[in-house]
Design a protein around this ligand. Structure first.
Ligand SMILES: [Zn+2]
Length: 369
């Protein structure tokens, strides 16, 4: 079940809208491990990148038996070019601050429950600009968030100028792509690079070199599914808030969601206390929040009672707690310590049969190995 860095740790650096359809998006990803080694390796969903179109002539020449090793150029497309320019220009820039009533911020907070508490009022920055990519005009939105720990993350979403759009119509995609990018980035900065799963094209290109070359699509892994899940234009789609929250949880946890379904809990290793593991359990009926079981050096030590805000779906509460223990454990514990600590088995007699194994946080410096 362990996810290797190679299989999972990519940054979404840019979501860019297709000129052919407003609902089609390309994802430009940065290989984080290679970035830590000093290399910028970007990939994209588009056909041009997948087929390595820039080297098509070289490949044809090779197939025809002519010698041309020197013809190959770095794999790329106009989208990776745009992301490359973005990476070079926007790093570390402080942006104008916006309140939570801005439509972009509101959509992001609606869609990504964990960010509601982690990014305080005043922690949101937005910048918008017209940019040109290969003679096509784009409306670029940069969404920046500063968490309660001081960690900062930035998301980039590019809308093609050829589709009519308003502030309101852009809000849903900004919330979807932006929230995903920010939440994943905060987890990675906390040393737990497990948010979501590798987007499909990466699974095909980098992992599937063996006999299992064709990757099986996973729920939530395609562009349309990611966009369909939290898109506020789809609020009349028949999904209840609980179903929408469950979809967000599935998207965020990636492969770990199946594990959660199977065993009924997920473990979060403490970043503050070596040897401590938080075991987050779910009520099979999804009605009640369960107390968190705390293990010290693999021994079940106590229960923590952390109640959810009223009217929040149970899946939202689980995700908020999971994210909070990963990204801002100190704040979560500061809430708990007000008399919400109980002895073992305080809300159920299920025996613990799976060992709770503490794992150190992956630091950014050691992650490249
Ligand atoms: Zn592309």
């Amino acid at each position: 079940m362990a996810r290797s860095l190679r299989n999972g740790d990519f940054d979404l650096v840019l979501a860019i809208q297709s000129p052919s359809s407003p609902d089609r998006w390309y994802r430009v990803l940065l290989d984080r491990a290679r970035a830590l080694a000093g290399e910028t390796v970007l990939s994209c969903d588009c056909t041009g990148w997948k087929q390595d179109a820039r080297n098509a002539a070289a490949r044809r020449a090779l197939a025809a038996g002519r010698s041309d090793a020197g013809l190959r150029v770095p794999r790329g497309c106009k989208h990776t070019d745009a992301a490359q320019a973005l990476l070079g220009s926007s790093a570390g820039t402080a942006m104008p601050r916006y309140r939570t009533d801005h439509p972009y911020v509101g959509a992001t907070r609606t869609r990504w429950a964990p960010l509601r508490e982690f990014v305080p009022e005043g922690g949101w920055g937005i910048q918008e600009a017209r940019v040109t990519v290969s003679d096509e005009s784009y409306h670029l939105v940069l969404l920046q968030a500063t968490g309660t720990t001081g960690a900062t993350a930035t998301a980039a979403i590019a809308f093609t100028a050829c589709h009519p759009a308003t502030l309101g119509s852009r809000a849903a995609p900004v919330g979807d792509w932006g929230g995903y990018t920010l939440a994943a980035s905060f987890c990675r900065q906390a040393g737990v690079p497990l948010a979501g799963e590798p987007p499909l094209h990466f699974a095909e290109e980098l992992i599937g070199r063996g006999p299992t070359r064709r990757a099986t699509p996973q729920p939530g892994s395609t562009t349309s599914e990611i966009l369909a899940i939290g898109d506020q234009r789809d609020l009349g789609d028949g999904l209840t808030p609980a179903q929408r929250a469950e979809n967000t949880l599935r998207l965020f946890l990636g492969p770990q969601h199946a594990l959660l379904e199977r065993q009924g809990f997920l473990d979060v290793s403490s970043g503050l206390y070596p040897g401590r593991v938080y075991r987050l359990r779910r009520d099979p009926q999804r009605r009640y929040e369960r107390r968190v079981r705390v293990f010290e050096d693999s021994a079940y030590a106590r229960d923590l009672c952390i109640v959810r805000a009223q009217s929040v779906p149970e899946a939202d509460h689980f995700l908020t707690l999971f994210f909070g223990l990963v990204a801002d454990e100190r704040r979560i514990l500061s809430v708990v310590q007000r008399g919400n600590v109980f002895g073992p088995h305080s809300d159920g007699h299920e025996r613990e049969t799976v060992p709770a194994v503490w794992q150190p946080r992956m630091s950014q410096m050691t992650a490249s190995t």
